[in-house]
Design a protein around this ligand. Sequence first.
Ligand code: NAI
Length: 362
Amino acid sequence: MVPSTAHHRQGLPGIVCPVEHTVVLIPGDGIGPEVAQAAVLVVEASGAQVNWLPRQAGLAAIEAGESQVLPEATLEAIRTHQVALKGPCTTPVGEGFTSVNVALRKHLGLFGAVRPVRTMPGVTTRYSDAQVDLVIVRENTEGLYAGIENQISEGVVTSLKVVTESASRRIARFAFEYAHSRQRRKVTVLHKANIMKMGDGLFLQCAREEAKAWEGKVEFESRIIDAGCMQLVQSPQAFDVLLCENLYGDVMSDLCAGFVGGLGVTPGANFGDEGRAVFEAVHGSAPDIAGQDRANPLALIMSAVMLLRHLAETTQDVTCTTCADRIRDAYNACLLAGETTADLGGSLGTMAFADAICKRLS
Ligand code: NAI
């Protein structure tokens, strides 16, 4: 993939970016390279000055001759430059190598995932009347994703769920800080502490203790996750920020994507302690449509918009905010005009959708 063209590098009139930002670009595999190319095109056309540093991960890394699915050079580039835009990476089901995505988050200490889910203009769903505006905050480093599985005897396997007080406190604090900084009104923790009294019990206790520090600023409530799911599908607008441990956060992300048009419109970001942030869509590598120019690039483009807003916050470069707003306005205009990929009812291919967004940048 060629990350930039001279044409798009020039950006829009009226934008003079004072800084060039280096962003590690991990295309991933499956539909990853297609949607990454589309996202790069749109970011560059917006006028944002991004110096893309391509690095490999997943099956693409092996195909490129690397010996590991998560090469050290990829991790090192993110440690150095702090920010990355990442396409999805395939994880074989029931066999083969362990998840590159989980490993990347663990290696880089990317403990908190933020996944906004909002009703999109012009996208009709069963929930079109509901004005959904949720944010899932997912603990990224432990729970069942610790990957500690053992065969105890023939036909008997255990999977260990790891819950630590430090990681639970850290994600609870992160959720409240995020909610407060974004003028969100409420954090709801989802748990199953009635059954996993110790593990989920500890997660819940840490959330409750953190909530005390935010009394009068951010509301707090807890829901047993099964009842919470029922309430969520009945009335998604009753929820605001959902605080979840790792597996629940993964499941809730896809469930909530269904409210607003599916995985093509749900972006995400993974944040770490030392200012590191990796932006990636909620969706996976979608092998069923890979290489067919059918993938919706919008979720990764929206993730790139989150990245630009993050750069604006961390570097005080206000032009990043301008570029982010321009991209958002342009994709909203496309959605309203029905210029989309098939998953949203349109007829455009991946790059044609990206081109349509570029044309509407103003
Ligand atoms: P998936 O998200 O790749 O696909 C689920 C369904 O949604 C498929 O029918 C797919 O065609 C559709 N879909 C997904 N993204 C789309 C897009 N941008 N535009 C249009 N349709 C889209 O989930 P699945 O099938 O469970 O996983 C496939 C692979 O992706 C697995 O190996 C999984 O481990 C990996 N994965 C990687 C993630 C990451 O890199 N962060 C996240 C989730 C899954």
